[in-house]
Design a protein around this ligand. Structure first.
Ligand code: FAD
Length: 547
């Protein structure tokens, strides 16, 4: 077991964890350990937003805490621990500096604009206090700032252009080999210093941090932390291999499985429990292996990861990326203001069971499949309620454990037709009944998350208000009394919304004489792939609408 250092004159390297909550493929850990000449201090600071943002519900915080516990256990195997403290990062560092000589502060880049102010302040503090700063790239395949620079100072505006720029930058780095922590020395924090730092003797629980488990609606599906993430990852790789062997790819998209969310790696990617480089290269190498090296993998196999990168690059230098009005890539759409309608949506009381089940699953489990996210986001915005995407973004950010500022806002802008999408397109919308039936023909999903409807015959479960009263009575759920009537008529709302969009497009064109500046897909196929739609999902020719 290596020695612990509590000698205040020995310089230490602080390894500041934010995202990147893992030991494998961790460049900042590699740097902190260096030649093993200095002790390291693994540190996590609860500042009320780091890693989870200010919009954070119980499930997300519980997931974060599990990630930190797992990390702590990993360090404990080598005689160290993860020091968890509460406070503003610069104040924590200043207190540490009174008792320790800090050689370097090392952390993974958090490129999203919501973290910029925090990191600028910390970098400034380090400069003034003569502390070396090392920032590594761990959350993304490429450095988003390098992408922007290579593109001439602004982010590439279409996905195609983005891919083009990545080719100029070069292949993403391969994961680094595992780091041997055997002889690493860990700095020790004395108890009185820990108290001064508002530190926790062990990783705190969500309750200690002021989060209350929502009564009756909490169900643990995902477990956070690198150990579990690696299990999910190996399982995912088995499924990637099986799909390549069948001549297919993108297993989670081709066969949407809305019941078993543990197949998803998005929470682990968000918190960095799994390395995105490991994921990317494993998919590529599995493909090569399945084809005995005779075929080269293409970007299509990992296109969802590339979309993730694209959104990171789009957000990196845009402080208003999470907003509508001040956001230069987002079209200002005069959405309705209807607090009552918003409350019904939030409460999962829209009267459309497929939508309500989605809201319920999100609150209970902290996760919903991409196809349900599409349905929810379209329903709130251009599909039905015509409400501002910013509201939906806040709901997703709060409840989803994989909620990722850049990715979440990017997807909301896309689906609401505010950006990343042909301007103000509304010729296409998902009907919650028809779409739900296609994804889940027997209504099992609805019955699981809205038990009140569990006795409904399958032909009525998507539109229960159409069931004759005797069937409603037999099922023990009267619509309008036990479960709400639909809050809106989808067919009417959809046509009205399309009119609103068309009128707005016309007025903008008259005003500016050209399509307003916004980012958009390169072509229709790309749009369909992004939304994970098949041709039968877009009867009104998505092609016409999006080319
Ligand atoms: C309105 C809306 C909001 C969303 N918010 C988020 C979010 O906050 N965080 C998040 O990770 N995903 C978000 N997504 C994208 C997507 O729904 C999830 O990434 C996906 O459901 C995760 O499941 P998976 O791991 O099985 O994905 P797979 O299909 O297996 O994809 C692998 C990985 O690629 C990334 N990815 C997949 N789809 C997208 C996409 N459309 N855009 C960018 N990256 C993608 C994720 O990291 C995902 O884990 C959102 C989608 C919509 C429509």
């Amino acid at each position: 077991m290596p020695e612990k250092s509590s000698d205040t004159s020995t310089p230490v390297n602080i390894l500041w964890f934010r995202h990147g909550l893992r030991i494998h493929d961790n460049k900042s850990l590699e740097k902190a350990v260096g030649d093993k000449s200095l002790p390291i201090l693994p540190l996590y600071i609860f500042d009320g937003e780091t890693t989870v943002s200010k919009m954070c519900g119980y499930n997300k915080m519980a997931f974060l805490v599990e990630c930190l516990e797992d990390l702590d256990q990993s360090f404990k195997k080598f005689g160290g621990k993860l020091i968890c403290v509460k406070g503003k990062p610069t104040e924590v560092l200043a207190n540490l500096k009174k008792r320790l000589t800090i050689s370097s502060l090392i952390f993974d880049q958090d490129c999203e604009p919501i973290w910029k102010e925090r990191d600028d302040k910390v970098k400034k503090w380090c400069e003034i206090n003569d502390v070396n700063v090392e920032e590594t790239i761990g959350a993304t395949l490429w450095d988003p700032l390098e992408i922007i620079e290579t593109n001439g100072g602004s982010p590439p505006i279409t996905y195609k252009q983005f891919v083009h720029v990545t080719k100029a930058v070069g292949e993403p780095p391969k994961p680094i080999p595992d780091i041997d922590l055997t002889d690493v020395e860990f700095a020790e924090i004395e108890e009185n210093l820990l108290v001064k730092l508002h530190g926790f003797p062990t990783v705190p629980t969500p309750e200690t941090l002021g989060y209350t488990k929502p009564e009756g609606i909490h169900q643990k599906v995902f477990k956070g932390g690198e150990t579990k993430a690696l299990e999910y990852f190996h399982d995912r790789m088995r499924r990637e291999r099986a799909s390549f062997e069948e001549g297919s790819f993108l297993p989670n998209r081709r066969n949407p499985d809305i019941y078993f969310p543990t197949k998803s790696l998005s929470p682990d990617l968000k918190f960095g429990c799994i390395s995105v480089r490991l994921f990317y290269w494993s998919v590529m190498e599995t493909f090569r292996d399945v084809h005995d090296g005779t075929r080269n993998p293409s970007d299509a196999l990992v296109q969802q990861l590339i979309w993730r990168e694209f959104f990171y690059a789009m957000s990196a230098e845009n402080p208003y990326y999470g907003e509508m009005e001040r956001n230069p890539i987002c079209i200002n759409i005069p959405w309705y203001k209807d607090q009552k309608a918003l409350e019904k949506f939030k409460a999962g009381q829209t009267g459309y069971p497929f939508v309500d089940a989605g809201i319920q699953q999100m609150k209970v489990e902290g996760w919903v499949h991409h196809v349900i996210r599409n349905c929810l986001s379209m329903f709130l915005t251009r599909g039905d309620l015509w409400l501002n995407w910013e509201e939906g973004f806040k709901i997703f950010m709060t409840y989803l454990i994989d909620a990722d500022f850049a990715v979440c806002a990017g997807n909301w802008m896309w689906v609401s037709s505010s950006a990343f999408e042909k301007a103000l397109n509304s010729n296409f919308s998902l009907d919650p009944g028809t779409y739900g039936r296609r994804v889940d023909p027997y209504g099992k999903y609805i019955k699981k998350f809205i038990p009140k409807l569990k006795n409904y015959p399958v032909e009525y479960v998507y539109e229960p208000w159409t069931a004759p009263i005797e069937i409603q009575e037999e099922a023990g759920c009267i619509i309008g009394k036990d479960y709400p009537n639909p809050m809106i008529n989808h067919n009417v709302a959809f046509r009205r919304n399309a009119r609103e969009m068309n009128n707005l497009a016309k007025s903008l064109l008259e005003k500016f004489r050209e399509e307003p500046i916004h980012v958009k897909p390169s072509n229709a196929e790309e749009a369909k792939r992004f939304l994970g739609l098949n041709d039968e999902d877009c009867p009104r020719s998505l092609n016409d609408a999006r080319e």
